[in-house]
Write a protein that binds this ligand. Sequence first.
Ligand code: ADP
Ligand code: MG
Length: 310
Amino acid sequence: MTQNAIEIQGLTKTYTGQGGAPDKQALKGVDLNIRAGSIFGLLGPNGAGKSTIINIMAGLVRKSSGSVRIWGFDQDDSPRQSRAAIGVMPQELNVDPFFSPRNALEVQAGLYGVPKRQRQSDEILRLVGLEDKANAYARTLSGGMRRRLLLAKALVHSPQVLVLDEPTAGVDIELRQMLWDNVRMLNRERGTTIILTTHYLEEAEEMCDEIAIINHGEKIAQDSTANLLGGLDAKTMVIVPEEMPRTLPELPDIKTELRDNGTLALAYHTSVTSAESVLGLVRDSGIRIKDIKTEQADLEDVFLNLTRSA
Ligand code: ADP
Ligand code: MG
């Protein structure tokens, strides 16, 4: 299959308020196509609606309206096929405390109708580094091990689409690395389409080919990671001059601005102009530098800009 792993159209979700609480419109008509074979990031602040999208895809939450196709199968018309095509590692760390990892995988495989001969529990446990704990009670597993078990459970039916909801929230560096290695390996060797949600831009930047940004239940941007985060080489050098220049220097490819606090701000792109040459140009225009610092446009800025303009 060369087209889309996921096709979502006009997806809405309103959670009915319980016990007098008001209804909550969590999704306001989301369209989302995710290319087969990609590592795709769903990005957005807490409460944006990311988990709601994921849980609808997983069949854990009932949508209010719209259509969802997974691996070409419409969720309403072909519930069994669409469910078989997707594996979800949920955000919550729910594991049955009385099952060992091996039991948990066998039960999960049974739920998905994977025949005994085709089960790969040991291989999956090895993949996520839980082979030593295969027969331990899940309640004795650390938080990180539980997360690995949840990843393992998402893999028992060899889904074409693997979804990870906030996989690294509260996870240590080692586990994070292991998760990413596994995910990249699955993507590369099995062609598994990976969808992950995160509110860490850096994580999305590091992992994803393509990113969609969700805010207040709406998709506000979708593009390749490079295009979306391409403005990130913007830097500003802020100079405290010995003496204020009478006129602002006109410098190629640099935007100069005199700030109220008596500093001179020079905005430039590191892909075009080096800090070295900015400094040189400043000196050449006769300005003597008393103090200097740089400001970097970080990922949070890009994100804020996108969410503000929406
Ligand atoms: P995200 O995963 O991006 O943090 P969620 O999809 O979890 O966002 O939540 C989107 C919105 O829907 C939030 O305002 C959240 O409070 C609300 N919400 C999520 N689940 C429920 C629920 N079961 N009942 C009522 N409101 C919910
Ligand atoms: Mg969430």
